[in-house]
Design a protein around this ligand. Structure first.
Ligand code: SAM
Length: 212
């Protein structure tokens, strides 16, 4: 099973440089934790990353944040609690995933309250050719959790997920008492509705990068 290639440009893998001071995880890390590695993209100050690491000791989480100030805040709390199952990374997640994540290695990817990119729809995660590469890094039956307070963003992502990427996708409302991230807390406190997509990569799904 795959998606309709004619609707998605091929991601230009070879144009992506490694992040500055790139330090890959060891091959042992990927082997020892096989089936139990998750990735968070745009982890902000790390609220979800820390909670997840605390509540899921059998899973490893790699939490990536591009903005230095937010990354430093995440690193500070991560260092204070020293979790053996949390790795925090200061990098662009696209570059880090391309150079640091093996094919079919991730059990789950979290993208929680991504920048809505109102003037740059091509930069929304499901609209990017990179999304095909990201799917190739998921294991069969791996999951993507995407949350947003912007109904149009979620509706567009849902349509893209189902129509273009051909992925089983569930849309739900985030419970009003959820407190996973700083942005989620802020939006729910204002009385806004937050939405979530739970996307699954079927076991027989194949992208053009699953063998790369
Ligand atoms: C609206 S904030 C949400 C932060 C956090 N997930 C939360 O819900 O509190 C979006 C975050 O994604 C980060 N981000 C955007 N694009 C990124 C990329 N390509 N790689 C890593 N982080 C990225 C931004 O720096 C920003 O901190």
């Amino acid at each position: 099973m795959t998606f309709n290639h004619q609707f998605s440009r091929l991601f230009q893998l070879d144009k992506i440089q490694p992040p500055r001071d790139f330090l890959p995880m060891s091959s042992d890390f990927w082997q020892i934790n096989v089936n139990n590695i998750c990735l968070e993209i745009g982890a902000g100050k790390g609220k979800h990353a820390l909670q997840f690491a605390k509540n899921n000791p059998n899973f490893q989480l790699i939490a990536i944040e591009r903005t230095e100030q937010k990354f430093v805040a995440m690193q500070k709390v991560a260092n204070a609690e020293t979790f053996a199952n949390l790795t925090v990374i200061h990098a662009d997640a696209v570059a880090w995933a391309v150079h640091g994540v093996p094919k079919q290695s991730l059990a789950q990817i979290f993208i929680l309250y991504p920048n809505p990119e109102p003037h740059n729809p091509n930069q929304r995660w499901l609209n990017m050719p990179f999304f095909e590469f990201l799917l190739s890094r998921l294991q069969p039956n791996g999951k993507i959790t995407l949350a947003s307070n912007i109904a149009d963003y979620i509706d567009e992502a849902y349509q893209k997920s189902v129509d273009i990427w051909q992925l089983p996708t569930l849309k739900s409302q985030v419970p009003t008492d959820s407190e996973r991230t700083h942005f989620e807390v802020k939006y729910l406190a204002r009385g806004e509705t937050c939405w979530q997509l739970d996307i699954t990569k079927p076991s027989d799904y194949c992208t053009r990068f699953d063998d790369v």
